[in-house]
Design a protein around this ligand. Structure first.
Ligand code: NAD
Length: 487
C-alpha cells in the first residue's frame, strides 16, 4: 500500500499501534485504491495520548515563549523543505490536485508555525495595573491539554492551524484527523519532533465519530477545537459544556457573494469560481450563493459558463489538472443528490450537473456545476452542499440583497464585488458573518482572524486573536502594605 504509515498513531514522540481498534481504510478518491490501512484509537490509546500530553505540557509551558517559538519556526522550515513530498501525501489523502496542494496546504501549515513561532515572545505578554501603593499584574497562561478534531478538506492545514497557536501558548495537543484523511497529521507530528519539540507535546490519534467523544469527555482535556459540520459542532459543544471546557467551533456555511452591476465582471467571475470550485468545492467559507445584479446577469452567466467548461478535470497528480475528485464516494453521492434536487426544484442548469465522461474508473469525480434562476427557498440555496455546485441568484436592490444574504442560520463568510467604495463598506458592515472580502474571495492568510458567527461557530483561528482562545488570563493582586481589617 503506497501511503501506509509506520503505525496508526503518534504518541509521546513515536508511532504506536493497537490492532484492537476498528479498521480505517484510507482510500485515494481519484482511483478508489486503498492506500493505507489504520486502526481507530481504542480507549487505551486515547488515555495514553492524553497522559503523554499532560506530562509533556508541564515541561513545554516552563520553556520561554522565545524557545518554544524557535521550535515552531524550525518546523515551518522543514515543512517548506519537504513541500513536494507533503503535497503529494495531501493529494493522496484528499484527491485535491497537486497544482493546489503544492501552493495551499503544507505551505499554509508552515505559515502558521512561522507566524505563531514569531509572535510567541511578544503576543503572550501580560499587563501591569497601578492601584496606588498596591498594584496588580496579569499573565496569559496556557489551558493545558487541548484536543483538535479535524475535517477532511484541509487535513494538514487544520492540524497546523490548531497546533501552532496551541503550542505557541504552552499547551500540549492531541489531534484527531478526519477518518477520511488520516495521513497528513502524522507527518506534522513527525516533523515537530525533528524540529526539537519535546516528546508528547503534539500527539496524533486516529478515529471517527465514535472516537471523538472519548477525547471531548476526557477529564484531563481543557479545550476542544473542532473543524467540522454544524450538527457535529452542536454535539461537541454540548459534550464540552457538560464539563465547562473551552471550545472553538469552525463549522459550515452557505455564504453569500454579491456582485453589483458596476463590478469588474471578470474579477467577480474569478472570485465566484475560486469560491465554488477550488478544492472541488470542499471549502467551508465558499460563496455558494452568488447574488448577481439583474443588469449584468446575462453577461455574467455567459462568461462564467465558458470559463467553467474549460476547467481541466482529471488525475490529481498531473500538474495540469485543475480539479480532482471529491473526497469520498459518500460525498459524491451527497453532491449528486443535491444536483438532482436543484434540477427537480426548477433551477436552470447552466453547465455541469453530472459525472464527467472522460475520467474513468472508480474516481469520485463530479462536473463543476452552475445553476441559475435559483430562488432563496430552494434546497440548494439553503443547505451546505460541499461540492462544486454554484447557485446564481438574481437581485436588483441593495437592501433586498443584504436581507436575503443574511436570511440563513449560517454566518461563516461573505463577499461583495463593486467599484463603489462606500457601497462596499456599507454592505460588508451589514452582512452577518465572521470573515468578509471586498473585490476578492476566500483569501485566508495566517495574519488575519478567521472564523464564523451564528451557527457557523465561535472562536477565531489565525492572527494574534487565536492565542486568546488557547490561553486564559491570570490576575495577581500585590498588597504592598499591612492589611487593614475592620475586625
Ligand atoms: P464532520 O462534522 O462530519 O466531522 C468533523 C470531525 O468531527 C471528524 O474528525 C469526525 O470524526 C469528528 N466527529 C464526528 N462526530 C463527532 C462527535 N460526536 N464528537 C467528536 N468528534 C466527532 O465534518 P466533515 O464532513 O469531516 O467536514 C466537512 C464540514 O466541515 C463542513 O460542514 C465544512 O463546512 C466544515 N469545515 C469548516 C471549516 C471552518 O474553518 N469553519 C473548515 C473546514 C471544514
Amino acid at each position: 500500500m503506497r501511503a501506509q504509515p509506520k503505525a496508526s498513531h503518534f504518541i509521546d514522540g513515536e508511532y504506536v499501534e493497537d490492532d484492537a481498534g476498528t479498521v480505517i481504510e484510507s482510500i485515494y478518491p481519484a482511483t478508489g485504491e486503498v492506500i493505507a490501512r489504520l486502526h481507530a484509537a481504542t480507549p487505551a490509546i486515547v488515555d495514553k495520548a492524553i497522559a503523554s500530553a499532560k506530562r509533556a505540557q508541564v515541561e513545554w509551558a516552563a520553556m520561554s515563549p522565545m524557545a518554544r517559538g524557535r521550535v515552531l519556526k524550525r518546523a515551518a522550515e522543514i515543512m517548506r523543505e519537504r513541500n513536494r513530498e507533503l503535497s503529494e501525501l495531501e493529494t493522496l489523502d484528499t484527491g485535491k490536485p497537486i497544482q493546489e496542494t503544492i501552493v495551499a496546504d503544507p505551505t499554509s501549515g508552515a505559515d502558521a508555525f512561522e507566524f505563531f513561532g514569531g509572535i510567541a515572545p511578544t503576543a503572550l505578554n501580560g499587563s501591569h495595573i497601578p492601584l496606588g501603593s498596591d498594584w496588580a499584574y496579569t499573565k496569559r497562561v496556557p489551558l493545558g491539554v487541548c484536543v483538535g478534531i479535524g475535517a477532511w478538506n484541509y487535513p494538514q492545514q487544520i492540524a497546523c492551524w490548531k497546533g501552532a497557536p496551541a503550542l505557541a501558548s504552552g499547551n500540549a495537543m492531541v489531534f484527531k484527523p478526519s477518518e477520511n484523511t488520516p495521513l497528513g497529521a502524522l507527518k506534522i507530528a513527525e516533523i515537530l519532533i525533528e524540529a526539537g519539540l519535546p516528546k508528547g507535546v503534539y500527539n496524533v490519534i486516529q478515529g471517527d465519530r465514535a472516537t471523538g467523544p472519548l477525547l471531548v469527555e476526557h477529564p484531563d482535556v481543557a479545550k476542544v477545537s473542532l473543524t467540522g459540520s454544524v450538527p457535529t459542532g452542536r454535539k461537541v459543544a454540548a459534550a464540552a459544556a457538560g464539563h465547562l471546557k473551552h471550545v472553538t467551533m469552525e463549522l459550515g456555511g452557505k455564504s453569500p457573494l454579491i456582485v453589483f452591476d458596476d463590478a469588474d465582471i471578470d474579477s467577480a467571475i474569478g472570485g465566484a469560481m475560486l469560491g465554488n470550485f477550488y478544492s472541488t468545492g470542499q471549502v467551508c467559507s465558499n460563496g455558494t450563493r452568488v447574488f448577481v445584479h439583474k443588469r449584468i446577469r446575462k453577461e455574467f452567466l455567459g462568461r462564467l459558463k465558458a470559463r467553467t467548461e474549460k476547467i481541466v478535470i482529471g488525475d490529481p497528480m498531473d500538474e495540469a489538472t485543475q480539479m480532482g475528485p471529491l473526497v469520498s464516494r459518500a460525498q459524491l453521492d451527497k453532491v449528486l443528490a443535491y444536483i438532482d434536487k436543484g434540477k427537480a426544484e426548477g433551477a436552470t442548469l447552466i453547465t455541469g450537473g453530472g459525472i464527467p465522461n472522460d475520467v474513468s474508473g472508480d474516481g469520485c469525480y463530479v462536473q463543476p456545476t452552475v445553476f441559475a434562476d435559483v430562488t432563496d427557498g430552494m434546497t440548494i440555496a439553503r443547505e451546505e452542499i460541499f461540492g462544486p455546485v454554484m447557485c446564481v441568484l438574481d437581485f436588483d436592490d441593495e437592501a433586498e440583497v443584504i436581507a436575503r444574504a443574511n436570511a440563513t442560520e449560517f454566518g461563516l463568510s461573505g463577499g461583495v464585488f463593486t467599484a463603489d467604495l462606500a457601497r462596499a463598506h456599507r454592505v460588508v458592515d451589514r452582512l452577518e458573518a465572521g470573515t468578509l472580502w471586498v473585490n476578492t474571495f476566500n483569501l485566508c492568510p495566517v495574519e488575519i482572524p478567521f472564523g464564523g458567527s451564528k451557527q457557523s461557530g465561535f472562536g477565531r483561528e489565525n492572527s494574534a486573536a487565536a492565542l486568546e482562545h488557547y490561553t486564559e488570563l491570570k490576575t495577581v493582586y500585590i498588597g504592598m502594605g499591612p492589611v487593614e481589617a475592620p475586625y
